[in-house]
Design a protein around this ligand. Structure first.
Ligand code: ATP
Length: 251
C-alpha cells in the first residue's frame, strides 16, 4: 500500500552536505502499523515530507496505493491522511464547517462527506462538538477533531507525526484508540515517534533510522533476537554507540 524505494535526500547547510535520508526502502501493508523511529535529526520528518510530496527526493521514489508521488502528486496526496502534533484548526469555523470544508478540498462529494462525518463523529466522540466554533475547543477536543480531519477523505495510508506529543494521559489513550481503529479498518499506518515505550505497544513493525539510514527493520521479536535486547530504548542506545553488537549485525 505504501512503498518507499531507495529514497535519498541531501541538504546543503553552511557549505556542508547533510544526507538527511540515505537510501531508505520500506513497505507498509493494509492493516499494518509501522513505527518509523529515530533520534533527533535521524530523517523522519524529511521522509514524511517526501511521501507527502512537499520535498523532492534526490534519488528513489515513494508510491501511495500504486501512485508515484513524483508522477501525480495530487493523486498521491488524495490517498494520504496526515496527522501531526502541531495541527491547527480554523478558529472561526464551526467544527462541522471545517471538516466539510476539508472533505470538499479532497474532492469528497457533499453527500458522502456528511455520511463520513457522521460515522467518524461517532468513532472519535465529537458529535457534541460539531456546532461549536473550533477556536473554543480544549486541547483534547481539538485533537479529536484533527484526528477526524485526517480521515475525512478515507485515505488508505495514514501518516502520524509525533501524534502523542504534548498530550495528557487521556489524549494519549485517544491516539491509541484511533490507531486501533485505523488498523481495524485496514489502513496502512506510519507512526513517527520518539516515545519508544508507546511504539512498542502500538506498532506491528519497526524501522530504526539513524543518520538517514534504516539500520534495522522488522517485528519487535525479530529485533529482540537480533539485538539481544528486550526494549527499543536499549536497542537505540546500542545504535548510537558505533561499537555495539546491533551496529555490527545490521550496518
Ligand atoms: N531544509 C533543510 N535544510 C538543511 N538541512 C535540513 C533541512 N531539513 C532537514 N535538514 C537536516 O536533515 C537532517 C534530518 O532532519 P529531520 O528533520 O528529517 O529529522 P527528524 O528525524 O525528523 O528529527 P526530529 O525528531 O528532531 O524532528 C537533520 O540533520 C536536519 O538538520
Amino acid at each position: 500500500m505504501l512503498h518507499i524505494h531507495a529514497l535519498t535526500k541531501r541538504f546543503v547547510a553552511e557549505n556542508e552536505v547533510v544526507c538527511a535520508v540515505d537510501g531508505l526502502s520500506l513497505d507498509v501493508q493494509p492493516g499494518e502499523v509501522y513505527g518509523l523511529l529515530g533520534p533527533n535529526g535521524a530523517g523522519k520528518t524529511t521522509t514524511l515530507r517526501m511521501v507527502l510530496g512537499l520535498v523532492v527526493p534526490d534519488d528513489g521514489y515513494t508510491e501511495v496505493a500504486g501512485v508515484r508521488t513524483s508522477v501525480d502528486p495530487f493523486a498521491a496526496k488524495s490517498k494520504l491522511g496526515f496527522v501531526s502534533a502541531s495541527d491547527g484548526v480554523y478558529p472561526w469555523l464551526s467544527v462541522r464547517e471545517m471538516l466539510l470544508y476539508f472533505a470538499d478540498l479532497y474532492g469528497v462529494s457533499p453527500d458522502e462527506a456528511v455520511e463520513r462525518l457522521k460515522m467518524l463523529a461517532d468513532v472519535m466522540d465529537i458529535k457534541a462538538l460539531l456546532d461549536r466554533r473550533a477556536g473554543t475547543l480544549s486541547t483534547g477536543q481539538r485533537q479529536r477533531v484533527t484526528l477526524v480531519r485526517g480521515l475525512i477523505h478515507d485515505p488508505p495510508v495514514m501518516l502520524l507525526d509525533e501524534p502523542t506529543r504534548g498530550l495528557d494521559v487521556v489524549g494519549v489513550q485517544t491516539i491509541f484508540r484511533y490507531i486501533a481503529h485505523l488498523r481495524q479498518v485496514g489502513k496502512a499506518v506510519v507512526v513517527c515517534t520518539h516515545r519508544l515505550d508507546e511504539a512498542e505497544r502500538l506498532c506491528d513493525n519497526f524501522g530504526l533510522l539513524h543518520r538517514g539510514k534504516l539500520r534495522y527493520h522488522g517485528t519487535l521479536s525479530a529485533l529482540r533476537e537480533a539485538s539481544g535486547r528486550q526494549h527499543l530504548v536499549e536497542m537505540f542506545d546500542d545504535l548510537m554507540n558505533p561499537s555495539s553488537a546491533l551496529n555490527e549485525t545490521n550496518a
